[in-house]
Design a binder for this molecule. Structure first.
Ligand code: TXA
Ligand code: MG
Length: 317
């Protein structure tokens, strides 16, 4: 049975309007993937450069052949195990996917999102959805309805409210070149885990000079308040200047700073919990109007690598 909210989202999408949808990673700004009108609206509302392609969200693995072709065996294997889930596969595009979706490349990013509401919605539609994260370009990705609305203000689309996102970080993006498998973006599923699953070393390709996947751009996912990785000297210098300092800590409060200006990613020291809280807490710190934010470095294994990558891209260089 379709809920009222899903009916409303369906109607808007069928009329080439946009809807913000919940996924297990972050909220997406969704439109009909086969409608250039809807796709244009996404680029406009996000203020996204037109050379940055969008991910196509399909209802199930069985739909993959409709949007991609010449699919490598390894891609099927990954899809079988990790879909629905936080893994995007970059594959050769089918002609029916508009060039605007793929920024005129011959590839398309595809995934099956893992959220019951969005899966119900996709089931009710006869087209897939393109959905970049539902934030204005280069800002923090939203992990709840309120942050979608904060990002777009009066221009906010209808939000299908699915509660806070389970994982809180974007999907991992993989591509295929000959027999090589490339990692385009760190995400929820770690490179170690995927390499072990495939029995093949995945080649990191996240800092190419000409980004093939603009998630590679160095300035990305940033709060408005300048963010730095914690450093003793920089911290002392900021204190001497009487700057208003915020802290994004892994496990514990810094005793030298007003606790109101601090957030803790995971009191128990769980990297999964830290990922889930990362964008929400960055949003909260950003809203305090501080002079700068110091972020603690996290252990660089598993999903910690993706958290570090997001913080690095958000930080002042
Ligand atoms: O978790 C996610 O992937 C979320 C949710 C909403 O699904 N979506 C998301 O979309 O993060 P977005 O647009 O914020 O990031 C998509 C990334 C960009 O870095 C884009 O460059 C890359 O995917 N991408 C999309 N299509 C590509 C392609 N054909 N080749 C290379 N990179 C591609
Ligand atoms: Mg994004």
């Amino acid at each position: 049975m379709q809920s009222k909210a899903i009916k409303k989202a369906k109607e808007l999408l069928e009329n080439e309007e946009l809807v913000a949808i919940p996924t297990e990673t972050v909220y997406g700004l969704a439109g009909n993937a086969y409608s250039t009108i809807a796709v244009k609206k996404i680029y406009e509302l996000k203020g996204r450069p037109s050379n940055n392609p969008l991910i196509v969200h399909i209802k199930s693995r069985a739909y993959l052949d409709q949007v991609a072709q010449n699919i490598p065996e390894q891609a099927y294997k990954l899809a079988e195990t990790f879909w629905p889930g936080p893994l995007t596969l970059v594959l050769e595009k089918q002609d029916r996917v508009p060039a605007l979706v793929s920024a005129h490349k011959n590839t398309v990013g595809v995934r099956v999102p893992n959220h019951p509401l969005t899966l119900n919605l996709l089931e009710a539609l006869d087209f897939p959805l393109v959905a970049p994260s539902a934030n204005t370009s280069n800002h923090i990705s939203p992990t709840c309805k309120a942050h979608v609305q904060a990002s777009f203000g009066e221009k906010s689309p209808y939000v299908l409210d699915g509660g806070p996102c389970e994982a809180g970080l974007e999907s991992t993006i993989l591509g295929f070149k000959g027999s090589e498998i490339l990692l385009y973006r760190h995400g929820v599923l770690s490179k170690e885990l995927l390499s072990a699953f495939l029995g093949q070393e995945i080649v990191e390709h996240t800092h190419a000079p000409v980004p093939e996947s603009p998630g590679m751009f160095l300035k990305h996912y940033a709060p408005h308040t300048p963010l730095y990785f914690y450093d003793d000297n920089a911290f002392k210098a900021a204190q001497e200047k009487n700057l208003r300092i915020g802290f994004l800590n892994f496990r514990a409060i810094n005793p030298y700073i007003n606790p109101e200006n601090q957030r803790i990613l995971s009191p128990l020291g769980s990297l999964e919990e830290a990922a889930k809280n990362l964008y929400r807490l960055l949003y909260e710190l950003d809203a305090l109007g501080l002079d700068l934010i110091f972020a603690e470095q996290l252990p660089p294994h598993g999903i910690g690598k993706a958290i570090h990558d997001k913080l690095y891209r958000a930080s002042q260089k």
